[in-house]
Design a protein around this ligand. Structure first.
Ligand SMILES: CC(C)(COP(=O)(O)OP(=O)(O)OC[C@H]1O[C@@H](n2cnc3c(N)ncnc32)[C@H](O)[C@@H]1OP(=O)(O)O)[C@@H](O)C(=O)NCCC(=O)NCCS
Length: 154
C-alpha cells in the first residue's frame, strides 16, 4: 500500500535506508564509503527534519515498510530506497511513478536527482539521463554519483 509518511515511521525509514545502503549498494562502494553514506548512529533529528520538509511517501505491507521516496516541489527526487529483501518487485517504480504524477500535476516539467552507482540503472529505465558525474566528499571519503534528469512531456 502506498501512503504518505508519518512521524511514527521515522525509525523504520532510517533502518530501511541503512539496510538498503549496506545490502544493495555494497556491490558498488567499499566499506568506508558505505559507512560514510549511512553513518552509525544515525542523526534522527536531522532525518526527521529532512523527511518532514519533503513530500515523503512509503510503501507498506502488513505493517512492514518496504520502501520510501522523498521528493521536493521543484522536481528534486531526494531519496528513494527499497528494502533489500523486497528489491526488484516494482516498489521503487510505484514510488517514483507516484512522485512523477504528483509533480506533473503541479506543473513541474523536469525531475532531477543525484543517483548512486547502484540506482543509476533504475533511473535510466525510467527515462532519466545522466547530466554530470559527481564526486562528493562525505566524512573524509569520495562518493561517486550521477546527476540525472528527466523531462516530463505534457
Ligand atoms: C535503486 C532501487 C531504489 C531500486 O528499487 P527496486 O524496488 O528494486 O526497483 P524496481 O523493482 O521498481 O525496478 C524497476 C526496474 O528498474 C531496473 N532496476 C532496478 N534495480 C536495478 C539494478 N540493481 N540493476 C539494473 N537494473 C535495475 C530494472 O529494469 C527493474 O525492472 P526489472 O526488475 O523488471 O528488471 C534500490 O535498488 C535501492 O534502494 N538501491 C540502493 C540504494 C540506492 O542507491 N538508492 C538510491 C539513492 S539515489
Amino acid at each position: 500500500m502506498l501512503r504518505p509518511y508519518r512521524e511514527s515511521d521515522l525509525e523504520a525509514v532510517v533502518l530501511l535506508f541503512n539496510d538498503s545502503v549496506h545490502h544493495l549498494a555494497d556491490k558498488h562502494y567499499d566499506k568506508d564509503r558505505l559507512a560514510a553514506w549511512a553513518p552509525q548512529p544515525p542523526d534522527l533529528k536531522r532525518w526527521a527534519a529532512r523527511l518532514a520538509s519533503a513530500d515523503t511517501w512509503v510503501v507498506e505491507t502488513d505493517g512492514k515498510l518496504l520502501g520510501f521516496i522523498a521528493y521536493e516541489p521543484n522536481g528534486h527526487i531526494d531519496l528513494l530506497f527499497t528494502s533489500p529483501a523486497h528489491c526488484r518487485r516494482g516498489i521503487a517504480s510505484t514510488l517514483l511513478r507516484h512522485a512523477e504524477t504528483a509533480l506533473a500535476a503541479r506543473g513541474i516539467s523536469m525531475l532531477f536527482t543525484e543517483a548512486s552507482l547502484s540506482a543509476r540503472p533504475f533511473f535510466e529505465r525510467f527515462g532519466f539521463e545522466v547530466t554530470e558525474e559527481q564526486d562528493v566528499q562525505r566524512r573524509g571519503v569520495t562518493l561517486r554519483r550521477y546527476a540525472m534528469r528527466k523531462w516530463l512531456v505534457s
